[in-house]
Design a protein around this ligand. Structure first.
Ligand code: ACM
Length: 692
């Protein structure tokens, strides 16, 4: 690792986008300057200056250049947030008025596209010296990114706030940095969407992909086709004014909104409202079960295209984005094959498979989309050689479909590794790259990969739990989309993620408070043993939960699985402590051993209370097995530490018994899993490996 690249003592500089420089940046800052920077996503270039800018009562921020009104609003939000951190900012801004020279001056060349597009210039340059800050950008959007970086540079001391002198030259690696939210399986009210967009601003994400219809609900008001929401929404839908509001709210923050209406499959809600456009399935009620009920639009029926022309025209006017997502995933086509009229149509056209009929359907959609000024976007099933190259493929079934598309000349984005309901670690998602360093794609093909999207499907979330399923994890993926490919320092990512998590909370996200509230509700009171236990638990994946609970839309999402989070801080902390206990020597090993002893002792002590809660609180009655394991694993840890401390091998059979316990604890139970099992296994193995 390059630690000493500093050209001048006390200063160092970074060249743009080089791995070595970035690592040197983070580690140099970490070790030679206190405190380390916590900007997330990591900028492409950072050059440290000397000195610092103190934010005192002379502070005054102003905008010059040709931004539009939204930049003033963004500046006001920025000042409010700065004021929350530092105090006195709003007073200083008011007192100094426009008369004094700005301490922080913002300059933009122009507002950016009237409708934000793929090629919006989002770059910015931020210079902080001991006398002031300057932010310059080509567009409002770039300047807004600069505001976020400025806020993350702020440090506090006992007397006030300051920023280190620094020059940041930043621009995103990928143009398409999205977040997809399914609001069909469970609806999310407007305030949830607003705070999601607020969080996306911090993450520097720029596309909100709104999955508005699916089998289990149609959530967008259509005036042309009012039955959609009258019969297929349970009254939970967005009015057209609300959708326009979200489009405007997003635009104010430099975020595009791409609507998705999933066709020709995933359409039970469509056919409940308008059976005449279907392939013949008789949908009698909105499905409460998950999975994919058989329901397809009828591509052989000309009236379907007329219907879609009206609908796309209506929605296209509400959502000005150039792209219109038509879904296209998981259309099995069983209904097509079972319908003699459609089968005859297929035969006449020479289509042998449902895939060929779906490709025909998509080809028919193209002129309709283009008539309404839209480009087609869809899940990777829409990739068919008969479609033109400028459609956008969203790859969800694996990275391969993305590179297959690019090889054939199609633009695409990656989502497969970024499914939040798989409950993977932040590390795994952060390291998954839309264009990995060892890609086999040519430079020209790589240009077709425009970025990626985080995906949140809503089988197992509702408005109280969504935030803790999405944040802060999405920040790790957002950094992958924004920062240079060379940014792969996992430990530093986690360090910055934990800090940014509080920033998210400060703008209104409930990812920390929500689960804590739910746990109090489950236990009937504040319960410190339950807190201790929950801190080392993670939810199982969507598939595993489904297997254990057979969830449907009527399942109450209010058990412990809903009140714990993926990849909690304890996983990394325990792993680090075990590494030190096992590999370090002297004081650091001793300290780690002491910390682990305290942990394991507290688990042993808490286990009987968890068992008692499991016996007396109905929503914890799935925790009896895990509660017993919790105590036993604590004991195993303590025993391992003891053998390590006395440098003595455990008796014969000890290791086998502990490994069996660990294996048991890996099995599904209570829809939650322990986050420390690999670390504890390492400890057990280290204890057992000692010489007799
Ligand atoms: C999908 O997950 N079916 C796009």
């Amino acid at each position: 690792m390059l630690r000493n690249i500093s050209p001048v003592p006390g200063r160092f500089s970074l060249s743009v986008g080089l791995l070595a420089s970035l690592l040197a940046f983070s580690t140099d800052f970490l070790h030679s300057q206190a405190p380390a920077l916590h900007v997330m996503p990591l900028p492409r270039s950072v050059e440290a200056g000397s000195g610092k800018l103190t934010l005192d009562d002379h502070f005054y921020a102003s905008i010059a250049g040709k931004g539009d009104e939204r930049l003033n609003a963004a500046l006001n939000r920025f000042l409010e947030r700065l004021d929350r951190q530092c105090g006195g900012i709003r007073r200083a801004q008011f007192t100094n008025g426009s008369g004094s020279a700005p301490v922080f001056s913002v300059k933009v060349a122009g507002p950016g596209g009237a409708v934000q597009g793929l090629n919006e210039d989002e770059s910015y340059k931020l210079t902080v010296t001991s006398t002031g800050g300057e932010l310059s950008a080509a567009t409002d959007v770039g300047a807004m990114h600069g505001f976020e970086t400025f806020l993350q540079l702020v440090e506090t001391s006992g007397t006030g706030c300051w920023l280190p002198a620094v020059t940041i030259d930043d621009a995103p690696r990928f143009q398409w940095r999205g977040y997809m939210l399914d609001v069909s399986r469970h609806f999310e009210p407007i305030p949830v969407i607003e705070r999601t967009l607020d969080a996306m601003v911090i993450a520097k994400l720029n596309v909100f992909h709104w999955h508005l219809s699916d089998d289990q609900g149609f959530r967008a008001e259509s005036k042309l086709y009012p039955k959609f929401t009258q019969v297929a929404s349970d009254g939970m839908y967005y009015t057209q004014d609300e959708m326009r509001h979200i489009v405007a709210y997003a635009r104010e923050r430099g975020i595009r909104v791409v609507p998705e209406f999933d066709i020709p499959g995933h359409t039970s809600s469509w056919l409940l409202a308008y059976p005449e456009i279907g392939a013949g399935e008789d949908i009698k009620a909105m499905p409460q079960t998950f999975g994919i009920p058989q329901a397809e639009l009828d591509p052989s029926n000309e009236k379907v295209f007329k219907f879609l022309d009206g609908f796309i025209g209506e929605m296209g006017a509400i959502f000005p984005d150039a792209y219109f997502h038509i879904g296209g995933d998981e259309t099995k086509g069983k209904g097509w094959l079972e319908n003699p009229r459609i089968k005859a149509f297929m035969d006449k056209q020479g289509f042998k498979t449902p895939e060929e009929l779906q490709a025909y359907f998509n080809r028919r959609l193209l002129p309709i989309l283009s008539k309404h000024g839209k480009k087609m976007m869809g899940w990777d099933e829409i990739l068919q050689p008969s479609l033109p190259k400028d459609i956008m493929i969203q790859s969800w079934r694996g990275e391969k479909s993305l590179s297959d598309g690019a090889t054939q000349g199609y633009t695409g984005i990656l989502s497969a590794p970024y499914y939040l309901d798989a409950q993977k670690t932040n590390e795994v998602m952060f390291l998954a790259d839309p264009i990995p360093a060892d890609t086999a794609l040519t430079p020209e093909q790589q240009k077709l990969i425009l970025g990626g999207e985080v995906c949140m499907w809503s089988e197992h979330i509702h408005e109280e739990t969504i935030d803790s399923r999405v944040w802060p994890r999405t920040l790790a993926i957002a950094e992958r989309f924004w920062s240079p490919q060379s940014d792969r320092d996992v430990a530093d990512m986690y360090r910055r993620l934990r800090i940014a998590s509080y920033e998210l909370e400060d703008v209104g996200l409930t990812h920390i408070s929500g689960p804590a509230k739910l746990r109090r509700n489950i236990a009937g009171r504040e319960n410190k043993e339950l807190e201790l236990y929950s801190a080392v638990l993670e939810p199982t994946s969507l598939g595993e939960r489904y297997k254990q609970q057979h969830t449907d839309r009527l399942t109450s999402l209010n058990r412990l699985v809903d009140a714990v989070v993926a990849d909690p801080a304890s996983r990394e902390e325990i792993a680090t402590e075990v590494d030190s206990a096992v590999s370090a020597s002297g004081a650091s090993s001793k300290l780690a051993i002491e910390k682990l002893k305290m942990r394991f002792t507290s688990w042993q002590a808490a286990a009987p209370e968890i068992a008692s809660l499991a016996a007396t609180r109905v929503r914890l009655n799935d925790q009896a097995t895990r509660a017993a394991q919790f105590g036993a694993l604590g004991t195993a840890g303590l025993e391992a530490l003891e053998y390590l401390e006395i440098h003595a091998a455990p008796p014969a059979g000890w290791k086998d018994a502990k490994m069996a316990l660990l294996e048991d604890a890996k099995k599904p139970a209570g829809m939650v899993k322990f986050d420390f099992l690999p670390a504890l296994q390492k400890l057990v193995e280290a204890a057992a490996a000692q010489a007799q």
